[in-house]
Write a protein that binds this ligand. Structure first.
Ligand code: LLP
Length: 430
């Protein structure tokens, strides 16, 4: 099916990870060189891919007043953050820890928006001290706490309310956030009252309206279902004398994992600008919070085949990466492409690519036709977003190292954890 909007080829493809002479490269670095030199499992990112994804947003924004805040939960490695700082990005944070990381990377606090349903007082204090641009508040109870915290510091907190517009983002239920049933945001019907409350509280300054309807959206229409409702709300607020300076549409643009045709940022923004103008809101500043679409296809996970196991019903390739390194397949049934770094000739066998963790959910890919042998290294694709960021130490496994490739150079941007790291901070009873 052909989508009714332009699809962005760079966001949809993997142009920075390509074969040359039958060897998979990241930019100008052969990946087997990294696998052999640094070991696997190994996350490898492409700096050029990050820049290209950013450029797609930048050119879609053009001269319009839009602040693009990288949704850093997707990948919060300092080197990745620093790259976005250099490119002029803002950041969407969801915790005091993310604030710390963003500031450590040199982020401009006036370009940071603070999202999340469960902000604690200390996180609010840290963000107020840093002077972030805005708190995206998700409940009336949070409004009260934030006002109190700000007042105690002799400050006023800039706030947007995250409104839940009750639209179906038509994505996986675990990453759909804009429905009534979801824990996120303030129901659109309750938003006016919540804004009145915000206006009455001494420690708050209302600056915006915010929403985020879900992630890995491959259709553009849910954004516009949400947008019309938000503009209705902004009109209502205006009549009440509550002026809104910016509208935050969240993140959520999908990427191509398999054969998806995600809409481009330009397709989204052009229509947003058109709707804003049509409804007399051309002056509104916009904030976007893209995560996945900035980093998802800028990374791969390298993993080595430990054993091939030919069982009666299935063939398994048991690799050294597992669900603790890349949780998405286990958690969301997510598809990630898998390629051999050095493809072999010969008839392929369908393999389930599985890890060593003691869970049946520990799989990375299913039924993939591959011609492989023990010791071969595989690249799991589209592993730049929600991959290392969601890694754990389950089964007392160390988390992988991370490498950033830049042309023909590479930099280890996070060391592989050691077994000693795993024992850090623990003690036994006397
Ligand atoms: N803003 C807010 C408030 C969010 O909750 C999120 C993601 C984003 C922005 C960025 O959304 P993106 O542009 O990346 O879609 N772990 C899941 C995805 C969880 C997304 C959570 N929120 C996965 O691996 O698919």
């Amino acid at each position: 099916m052909t989508p009714a909007y332009p699809v962005q080829p760079d966001l949809a493809g993997h142009p920075y990870f390509r074969y040359r002479n039958n060897v998979l490269y990241a930019e100008d670095v052969p990946l087997d060189h990294l696998a052999h030199g640094l070991g696997t499992p190994l996350y490898v990112y492409s700096r050029a891919a990050l820049k290209a994804a950013w450029e797609i947003y930048r050119s879609a924004v053009g001269q319009h007043p839009v602040l693009v805040c990288y949704g850093m939960k997707a990948n919060s490695n300092l080197a990745v953050l620093k790259e976005f700082v250099r490119l002029g990005a803002g950041f969407d944070i969801v915790s005091g820890g993310e604030l710390k990381r963003a500031l450590a990377a040199g982020a401009d606090p006036s370009k940071i928006v603070f999202s999340g349903v469960g902000k604690q007082a200390w996180e609010m204090r840290d963000a107020l001290s840093a002077q972030v641009k805005c708190f995206n508040v998700e409940s009336v109870a949070e409004l009260h706490r934030l006002s109190e915290v700000a007042e105690n510091m002799g400050l006023r907190a800039p706030v947007s309310l995250r409104v839940n517009p009750d639209v179906d983002a038509q994505t996986h239920p675990y990453i759909s956030t804009g429905l009534k049933e979801n824990k996120f945001g303030i129901a659109i019907d309750a938003a006016l009252d919540a804004y009145r409350t915000a206006q009455s509280l001494p420690g708050l300054d209302i600056v915006g309206v915010d929403c985020h309807i879900g992630s890995q959206l491959t259709d553009i229409s849910p954004y516009f279902d949400a947008l019309e409702k938000l503009l209705d709300l902004i009109d209502t607020l205006d009549r009440e004398g509550i002026r809104i300076a910016h509208l935050d549409l969240g993140g959520g643009l999908g990427i191509r994992y398999a054969d998806e045709t995600p809409p481009s940022p330009k397709a989204l923004l052009d229509r947003v600008f058109e709707r804003l103008n049509a409804r007399g809101h051309g002056h509104l500043h916009l904030v976007l919070e893209p995560g996945r679409s900035l980093v998802g296809n800028a990374g791969v996970l390298l993993t080595t085949v430990q054993y091939l196991k030919h069982a009666e019903a299935r063939n398994f390739a048991i690799v050294d990466a597992a669900m603790n390194d890349l949780l998405r397949p286990a958690l969301y049934d997510a598809f990630h492409g898998v390629r051999a770094l050095r493809p072999r000739a010969g008839a392929p066998t369908d393999y389930d690519i599985v890890g060593p963790v003691c869970e049946s959910a520990d799989w990375l890919a299913r039924q993939r036709p591959l011609t492989i042998q023990q010791g071969d290294v595989l690249a799991v694709e589209s592993a730049g977003a929600y991959a290392m960021a969601m890694a754990s130490n389950y089964n007392a496994r160390v988390r992988p190292a991370e490498v950033m490739v830049d042309g023909d150079r590479y930099y280890v941007v996070r060391q592989r954890e050691t077994l000693d790291d795993l024992l850090k901070g623990e003690s036994t009873l006397p």
